[in-house]
Design a protein around this ligand. Structure first.
Ligand SMILES: Cc1cc2nc3c(=O)[nH]c(=O)nc-3n(C[C@H](O)[C@H](O)[C@H](O)COP(=O)(O)OP(=O)(O)OC[C@H]3O[C@@H](n4cnc5c(N)ncnc54)[C@H](O)[C@@H]3O)c2cc1C
Length: 409
């Protein structure tokens, strides 16, 4: 249905990714990740690279396909079917790659971006610190320059891919005394530069992605690994937040559709009181509610993608898409589980795994409260700064004398 939003090339890409997901990823790998037997599925990344499916938006020169966001959202919807661990690892290339593709030097692109898209290097992003993730600019990791090197000291936590990454896109304070938004810089930190991965977390869901804690102890990073301007990490961060949030929104669409289809098929076969349960409105209306919300979230995700493709300021729409899509997923997974009754709570069906995966989506890549913070901020700005060209509808109010009753203080 949403194919009308895609170009022919994007439709073909969607089919290609669907085939990849169906034929190239064994269920045994998904199970092994979920039980943490596999801590990092490097072969999954390599296979994606073999099919030239990593970093779709990046230019062909560096191994991408030069596609647009609408195509990437369609691709990630399909990858979402594999669950949040896989779709996060897939999206990391888009997120970390965005910073290097947009701000990186040609040398950085050749040394890091190209091999990442070829599946030779794995990447991760290190923003969150033990002291807090939402307050990004309050970071305490320090990078001190000495000659041609920066020396990093501090810690990062909850880094997906920490277990298997060859390099990290990490932020550190280069001007701790400066105003927070002018105090941070972004670096490519090779694992071999002295990054210690000490703890891989036991997670509710989204397992098998090697989510760990990083320690920098005088980690020696060459000055040429600075991404973007010194103290200009805010620029890189703001740019990265688009892929960060749009990929989360897109992955949630795929996960929601899986659960909903399982529940829909089940309700068409399962009987109670002599009838299939879909005949009970309490059941079929949950399906109706779920698909309506899924379609609404999907519409918003594609509009946000298109808006970004047009080069417009997409911060509000992308944050709305992330929030709407992840809240929709949580509702749809719960509705699906409810429709399935007791069996939905067991691992006979994968809905319980998606349920565990779904909870994280409202927390990572910026919590949904942080999305609200940004959405209201942008909307207030839009409304209060714009010279209204709309009809003055306040004057259509019923009380013609009411103007003097408009008291604000
Ligand atoms: C499994 C997993 C994987 C992750 N992957 C990565 C990764 O790869 N790289 C990375 O850098 N990070 C990663 N994260 C970190 C994630 O992005 C953070 O957990 C998230 O941003 C919240 O930060 P926090 O946990 O420090 O919570 P806090 O920032 O301490 O927030 C705690 C609570 O306070 C609320 N809050 C805080 N400030 C405000 C405010 N101003 N207004 C309203 N509410 C507020 C939050 O919404 C939240 O409810 C991951 C996290 C998890 C759990």
């Amino acid at each position: 249905m949403f194919d009308i939003l895609l170009t022919n090339e994007e439709k073909k890409l969607k089919e290609e990714v669907k085939r990849f997901v169906k034929e190239e990823v064994p269920s045994s790998l998904i199970r092994a990740m979920d039980t943490d037997e596999v801590k990092y599925p490097k072969e999954f990344i390599e296979k994606l690279a073999d099919h030239n499916l990593l970093g779709l938006r990046f230019s062909k020169e560096w191994g991408g396909r030069g596609m647009k966001w609408t195509g990437e959202v369609a691709a990630i919807e399909e990858i979402g079917v594999l669950g949040s661990g896989m779709s996060c690892l897939y999206s990391l290339v888009s997120i970390v790659g965005e910073a290097i593709h947009h701000f990186g030097t040609p040398e950085q692109k050749a040394k890091y971006l190209k091999p990442t898209l070829e599946g030779k290097f794995c990447c991760a992003e290190a923003l969150t610190e033990p002291r807090g993730g939402s307050d990004f600019f309050g970071a305490t990791t320090i990078a001190k320059r000495d000659g041609n090197y920066y020396y990093l000291n501090g810690q990062k936590r909850f880094v997906v891919g920490a277990e298997g990454a060859d390099y990290f896109l990490a932020y550190a304070k280069t001007a701790p005394e400066a105003e927070p938004h002018r105090s941070i810089s972004c670096f490519i930190v090779g694992r071999e530069m002295g990054v210690e991965v000490k703890h891989v977390y036991g997670l509710l869901g989204s397992r098998g992605g090697g989510t760990g804690r990083l320690y920098f102890h005088d980690t020696k990073v060459p000055a040429q690994n600075l991404v973007g301007p010194e103290h200009g990490g805010a620029l890189v961060f703001n740019r990265m937040m688009i892929p960060e949030r749009l990929t989360t929104a897109a992955g949630a669409l795929g996960m929601a559709l899986c659960c909903l289809e399982i529940a829909t098929r089940y309700s068409d076969r399962r009987k109670a009181f002599g009838d299939t349960i879909r005949k009970f409105e309490a059941v079929s209306f949950k399906i109706a509610d779920s698909i309506s919300k899924l379609d609404a979230a999907r519409s918003l995700a594609y509009v946000a993608a298109r808006h970004t493709d047009e080069g417009l300021d997409s911060r509000r729409l992308v944050s709305e898409a992330k929030k709407t899509s992840t809240e929709m997923l949580w509702e749809v997974v719960n509705h699906s589980m409810q429709v399935m009754g007791g069996i939905g709570y067991t691992n006979v069906y994968p809905i319980e795994r998606f349920f565990r995966d779904a909870r994280l989506q409202m927390i990572w890549t910026g919590t949904n409260e942080i999305m609200d913070l940004l959405i209201q901020h942008e909307f207030y700005k839009e409304v209060l700064q714009k010279k209204s060209d709309m009809r003055d509808v306040e004057r259509d109010a019923g009380d013609l004398e009411g103007e003097e009753e408009k008291i604000y203080e």
